[in-house]
Structure formats: C-alpha cells, structure tokens
Write a protein that binds this ligand. Structure first.
Ligand code: UD1
Ligand code: MG
Length: 462
C-alpha cells in the first residue's frame, strides 16, 4: 500500500514578524521544515509533497530531499485548500499522512503509529489533551450507551461553542487518511465558517457521515506536537530540543557541567569520558575523542578533536568546509582561534590569541602566545615565538611557509612567504625573514645593537 506524505508549508507565519518564511526559521541548526522532512524521510514514504505559498521560491530552494515534490498554493485559502493542491499527486490506492511544516519535533515512531491506526480503512487523527487548548481545533466525541466514545468532528476554536471550547482534547495538525476517500472529501469542502477558509478538519465530519471509522492516536510526548507561531515558541522549542540532546549525550556518558547551557546545532559525537563546561556551542559535524575536555564558552564547528585533547575556555574553532583536526593530547586556548584547514598533530600546543588557518602543525609543535600561522607547514617540535607571524598574503596572492622540524622562531618575527626555514634553524627575535633560512643555522635579520657612550638627550630649546 502506497504511503504519501503531504507537508503544509504555505502559511505566512504573521506572528513571527519576520521577512523569512516561518518554516525556514531554525531549531537546533535546521529549519523547521527540514526537521519535518527528515522525519518524513525516516517514515519511508513513496512520495513527499510540500505545499508552498508564502515565500515559495525561498522555501523550495532551501530544502531538497529525495522523492520530494512541491506544489504551490496561491492564494492561501486554508488547510483544506492546501491539501487540495497536492491531491492530484497522491496515489489513490494508498494512505496519505498530512503534516504541518511548523511542527519540528514530531517523531517518526509517532507517525508510524498514526499510519498503522489508519490501516488504509480509518481516518486517524493525532490528538493531545492540553491544559490550555485555546486556538486549537477541538475533538468533539459522542459517548454511546455502552460508554464507548467516538470522534464526531473537529471544531475550530473560532467556530466552537462555549461548551466545545471547554474540551481539552485538540487536533495536533497530523492525520493519516485513506487517499481515495481524502480525494473525495476534499472536493466537498466549503468555506462557510468563522474564518472563511477551507478547513481540512471538516473531513472528519464527512468520514463520520460516510461511515468511515475515525480514531485518535496520541504522541509519546505532548511536546512533540508543539508548533511554532512566534519567536517565543521558537525559543521554547529550541530549549526543548537542546535539553533532549543534552540528555542523550549524558546517557551516553558525556559529562555536561550544565545541560541547560549547551547548544548542539548539528551532530556532536563523543567518545568516553568527555567533559564539556558551560556555554559551549557545537555546529555542523563535530567529533570529540575519548577523554576530551572542552572549557567554558567555546564555539566549535566542523571539527575533529582527538583523544585526550584539552580545549581551554573561549576558544573558537571553525572548520567551515575544509574542517579542522586537533591531534591527540593537544592543548588549545584559552582564547585561541582555529580556522578552516588547521590540522594539528599530537601534543601540539596552541595558546592564547593564536590564530591558525590552512596550516599543518606536526607533533609537538608549539605556538603559545599571540601568533598567526596561515598557509604554513610546521614541522615537529617547532617552537613558534610570541608575536610571530607568517606573512602569507602579498596583497594579491597567498603563499606558503615551510618550517622544518625542530625550528625555533623567536618572538616578534615576520616570515614573509613564500619561504622555507630548514630543519633545526633558529630565527632570532624581531627578524623579518624574506629569504630561505638554512637548516641548523641562526638567521637574524635586524639592526645590530649599538650603545653610544656619552650620548646626551636633547633638551628643550628656548
Ligand atoms: C490547524 C487546524 C487545527 C489544529 C491546528 C494545530 C485547520 C483548519 N485547523 O489550525 O484544528 O488544532 O492546526 O496546530 O486545519 N497552511 C497552508 N495553507 C493555508 C493555511 C495553512 O499551507 O492556506 C499551513 C501552514 O503553513 C501551517 C499549517 O498549514 O504549516 C497549519 O496552518 P495554521 O494556519 O497554523 O492552522 P491553525 O489555525 O493553527
Ligand atoms: Mg497553527
């Protein structure tokens, strides 16, 4: 039996007060719609149809997935009208699962259970009981003589009587329905209601009239079906999502100084005995090896941190598209910056106010204070002194600096690339080096020190 999924994402999201289409706002580093799509893909649908309207081009450009099709809804005349646009694309012999594009936390297991409750023969609604059901469609039930209660209709808040508004059970926006029936019911919708809209929820009354059983299923957790309509709700969902991630990490043995002060906006993989202090942000794909320690206030994106490495507080690591690798037992920070293409070997030390970009540092190399290494290859055990830099950019092109093993670069040196410093060389402090520095020798490029005996300071004239 074919399973099609329709995701409604045409609404404007007025209460977000944003130029960005609502479904493109991010939670945990992914747009609301991407969350729903990933879950839809997990449910293994034959076809996924996204209904776009407000900001359609932007929405369609932002999300791509296999088996995905878009249909446009313009103007937006209600949820029933939205699904009408998708109806011709659906497999009539199967089941259609209808979802809201602004409900990112819904889980695949919940959706599978909903499809199962439909079973190709029933209309299955995902419902929850809410302490404050204001604004939601209410589930109207009838209890027969035997005490069994059956769903009769969904009544939208604005159309509900005071007695109906007292009903706590609400429709979450997700339903699974036999497609052939859905297609027939959609054709019968009208907009004679308080909002002048074509309500998808009116299909429930049609099902009852046609003798199709209507069943209700509940999500594992009520928070799964929370939608985003405002910046406040977006922030609440972000915290919920982050708390889940923190719990998952702790269950896997990661020690978080405070689970409420962690943000994972992508994938974070951790080895054993990892410890993460407060206020750290992980973006993209980050891997932390065994016994890695991350200090407070670090931001780490697209990076692989090796076993036993220590990232001290206030370190910013951004691998962007090239990635960053920190070797086992390395010490980085505090206040260090590793940029794309930084590759540190084992036991490398990168200290405060040191920036490394597109450079490889071999095992045991050190740049402990106030330095810049850009487009450089740095040998093993090199000591790169405080205040020294590679001048890699001539105003038009970038050039490389090659520094051999066991080189000592004194403080406040400028290595003007392209340049090679031979193994075991020493560069005297304050040198501006523009030509090759031979292996094993001391190279000093600076004025020779003089002292003038009897020299007098000028005195103020007049
Ligand atoms: C809808 C349900 C309500 C339910 C609630 C759950 C209807 C009539 N009501 O109400 O019973 O309790 O969701 O959140 O369905 N959309 C379109 N095109 C449109 C209108 C909406 O694509 O013309 C999309 C929106 O982008 C959104 C979803 O449909 O993703 C729901 O629309 P929304 O306006 O939020 O419906 P509610 O009034 O909240
Ligand atoms: Mg809504």
């Amino acid at each position: 039996m074919a399973l099609d999924i329709v995701i409604m994402a045409a609404g404007k999201g007025t209460r977000m007060k944003s130029d960005r289409p609502k479904v493109l706002h991010p939670v945990a580093g992914r747009s609301l719609l991407e969350h729903v799509l990933l879950t839809a893909v997990e449910v293994a649908a034959d076809r996924i149809v996204v209904v776009t309207g407000h900001g359609a081009e932007q929405v369609e450009a932002a999300v791509r997935a296999p088996q995905l099709q878009f249909v446009r809804q313009a103007p937006q005349l209600g949820t029933g009208h939205a699904v009408q646009q998708a109806a011709p694309l659906l497999h009539s012999d199967g089941v259609t699962l209808i979802l809201n594009g602004d409900t990112p936390l819904i889980e695949a297991a919940t959706l599978r259970a909903l499809v199962e409750a439909c079973g190709g023969a029933r209309l299955a609604l995902l419902t929850v009981d809410l302490a404050d059901p204001t604004g939601y469609g209410r589930i109207v039930r009838r209890t027969d003589a035997s005490g069994a209660s059956t769903v009769q209709a969904i009544v939208e808040h604005k159309d509900a009587t005071p007695e109906q508004r007292a009903i706590a059970e609400v429709y979450t926006g997700a339903m699974a329905v036999p497609t052939a029936q859905l297609q027939r019911w959609l054709a019968r919708l009208d907009n004679r209601n308080a909002q002048g809209e074509y309500y998808l929820t009116d299909v429930v009354a049609f099902a009852v009239a046609d003798g199709v059983p209507v069943v209700a299923a509940q999500p594992r957790r009520a928070s799964e079906v929370l939608g985003v309509n405002s910046p406040q709700q977006l922030a609440e969902l972000e915290r919920l999502c982050q708390r889940d991630r923190a719990d998952a990490l702790m269950s896997a043995g990661v020690r978080l100084a405070d689970p409420a002060r962690l943000d994972v906006r992508g994938q974070l993989q951790c080895g054993t005995d990892v410890a993460i202090d407060v206020n750290c942000v992980f973006e993209g794909t980050v891997t932390l090896g065994d016994r890695v320690q991350i200090g407070a206030n670090c931001v780490i994106r697209n990076a692989v941190i090796g076993d036993d490495a220590v990232i001290h507080p206030f370190t910013h690591i951004d691998g962007d598209t090239l990635g960053v690798t920190v070797g086992r037992g390395s010490l980085v920070g505090p206040y260090a910056r590793l940029r794309p293409g930084a590759v540190l070997g084992a036991a490398v030390h990168i200290g405060n106010f040191v920036e490394v970009k597109n450079s490889t540092l071999a095992d045991g190399a050190k740049a402990n204070h106030l330095a810049y290494l850009g487009d450089a290859t740095v040998g093993a055990r090199v000591n790169f002194g405080a205040g020294s830099i590679t001048a890699n950019y001539d105003g038009a092109n970038k050039h490389r600096t090659e520094i051999g093993d066991d080189v000592q670069v004194g403080s406040n040196c400028v290595l003007v690339a392209p340049l090679t410093v031979g193994a075991g060389a020493t560069i005297g402090a304050g040198s501006t080096v523009t030509r090759q520095a031979p292996a094993g020798q001391l190279t000093v490029v600076r004025g020779r020190q003089m002292s003038l005996p009897g020299w007098k300071r000028p005195v103020k004239s007049g």
